[in-house]
Ligand binder design. Structure first.
Ligand SMILES: Nc1ncnc2c1ncn2[C@@H]1O[C@H](COP(=O)(O)OP(=O)(O)OP(=O)(O)O)[C@@H](O)[C@H]1O
Ligand SMILES: [Mg+2]
Length: 317
């Protein structure tokens, strides 16, 4: 849930003034007198819409050709949290490891129909969706998605498979589509790049992962050029950050120099809360002692949705 003080901060209002406005918009609801009061997501949505701040429908792919950099953790945390911002989100898991699917809906995966079963019939996408909560749905993955390279062998299919599915999901009222990619450049990832408006590249501070940023950016640029598509915007997100480790701080400064405004201005700290949340199948936003990393992901999500007070604009690759 989003607190009154958080929404007030996004809107640049005082909590008192915002509380009054919200009470007028939805007088039958409980009043929002305290900064800690939770604002229902439908009301957050209404208010952002009224202020012209509701983000346009976007496809966001979490991608890094290097493994273990925090793609799945960031994709899942973002998808879960965006519901609190009033967005109707769908996470498409195309990684055959299916970690995101397992984290979000492990009890529903037995009968699940992964992306590979519906990519050529996007009108059937509904039959595959798992409703994780009222704001969030999941198009799950399974080992079967490892055959996507065969199924999407034709370049035209790579160009359109995920894009057509996303168009269908937007038609059904979704606002935000998040894609969790595997750490490889298979046909599914090429298709995700073709569909993406924004690439989020999570990276750790080690040199292999940092090298993965340029590899990913270069591949994405060449794929967009080959298919005659607009370059997606790019955001780089440093994860597993530990301020006490000098190398982490040095890498953050270096990334800032190399990528400027494309680097998210606040890294995601290392925290044992992720392992705890994953074990319990919940979001770190449901762990009361995880305030630090909640703040880090809030900053990232507001950067992504352009809701930070300075209204950071994304930069193309
Ligand atoms: N900020 C963090 N602090 C501590 N642990 C983290 C953090 N972010 C992710 N992790 C842990 O690091 C591991 C790798 O993260 P994750 O699975 O999100 O990476 P990935 O990029 O999706 O990996 P793959 O390339 O295999 O898909 C997981 O065990 C996850 O719980
Ligand atoms: Mg992953």
């Amino acid at each position: 849930m989003l607190r009154l003080a958080e929404l007030a901060n996004i809107l640049g209002e005082s909590p008192e003034a915002l509380s009054l406005q919200l009470s007028r918009m939805m007088p039958t609801e409980a009043d929002y007198a305290k900064p800690t009061s939770a604002v229902p997501s439908a009301l957050v949505r209404e208010k952002l819409k009224q202020e012209n701040l509701l983000p346009p429908g976007q496809v966001v792919a979490f991608i890094n050709l290097k493994g273990g950099t925090g793609k799945t953790t960031s994709a899942v945390t973002t998808a879960w949290r965006c519901g609190d911002y009033g967005l109707r989100c769908c996470l498409i898991d195309i990684d055959a490891q299916a970690s995101a699917s397992f984290l979000m809906a492990k009890e529903h995966l037995e009968q699940a129909r992964p992306f590979i079963e519906i990519w050529d019939r996007p009108e059937d996408v509904n039959s595959s969706l798992i409703q994780v909560n009222p704001q969030l749905s999941l198009l799950p993955s399974s080992l079967d998605n490892s055959l996507l390279d065969l199924q999407l062998a034709k370049p035209l299919h790579q160009k359109t498979a995920i894009r057509n599915t996303c168009d269908q999901l937007f038609n059904q009222g979704h606002d935000l589509i998040i894609i969790d990619c595997p750490p490889s450049l298979g046909a599914g990832v090429i298709s995700a790049i073709c569909a993406a408006d924004i690439l989020v590249i999570p990276t750790t501070a080690d040199s292999f992962a940092v090298r993965g940023i340029d590899l990913t950016l270069n591949e994405a640029a060449s794929i967009s050029a080959t298919f005659g598509l607009k370059l997606p915007d790019a955001l780089i997100l440093l994860t597993h950050h530990d301020r006490r480790v000098r190398m982490c701080e040095e890498v953050f400064v270096q990334l800032k120099e190399n990528y400027g405004a494309r680097l998210v201005g606040q890294p995601i700290r290392t925290s044992s809360s992720f392992a705890r949340a994953q074990q319990r199948g919940i979001s770190v936003f449901d762990i009361s002692r995880a305030k630090n990393v909640q703040g880090d992901y809030n900053f990232f999500i507001r950067t992504l949705l352009q809701l930070n007070p300075e209204n950071h604009r994304h930069k193309p690759i």
